[in-house]
Design a protein around this ligand. Sequence first.
Ligand SMILES: [Zn+2]
Length: 225
Amino acid sequence: MPELKKKDRKTYHAAWYVANRERILAQSSRYKLANREKTKEQRVKWYAEHFEEHSAAMAKWYIANREKVKVRVNTWQSANPEKLKAATRKFDVVHRIERRGKAAEYRAANPEKVKFAAKKWATAHPESVRNYVGKRRALKKKSTVGNLKEISAWIKSWRDKPFVDCHWCKQLFPGKECHADHVIPLSKRGSHSLENLVVSCPGCNMLKKDKMPDEWAEFRKPADA
Ligand SMILES: [Zn+2]
């Protein structure tokens, strides 16, 4: 190579690298494969020696390329749903204890905040709350629990309607006032499932309490019948 100025040398090297990129990369990965332990050692050593510097550079790069990273991550995740699932599961298992400890610490240190957040969440997720309460009640009574998603969808189908038929008295009531009522009461081992649920107005719901269907029919019979 003739004598080149520093700048020219740099340009020359860059051009050479671009022209031979494939070959260089192939060679490099061949070398890494053949010298796995050695390159690993080198890498570990390098990271240990340059930890601060490397972290700072990574953080800076990440901030500058946030959108790019997001797109890349999303693309990878939607292309590898199974791998993502497995990785998430693994992460959960590995960090479970740590996470629980941290969560408990936070709860103990911020009781008011936790209470507020829980209330906010509950207001935003009435269905989840209903599911949770329904399931808890059913489990407490040792009843079987059906498909909560189905129950949720069913409740949603009438909850916001201006008028809904009460299954028992056949009168119309605003959906918001109505209850999901267990035909066979939970306390009598009725299941918390779609097959055992009907819409009830608040009055019927209150009167029925935990009567079995036949007792309830008897109760509702007009006195002069
Ligand atoms: Zn009714």
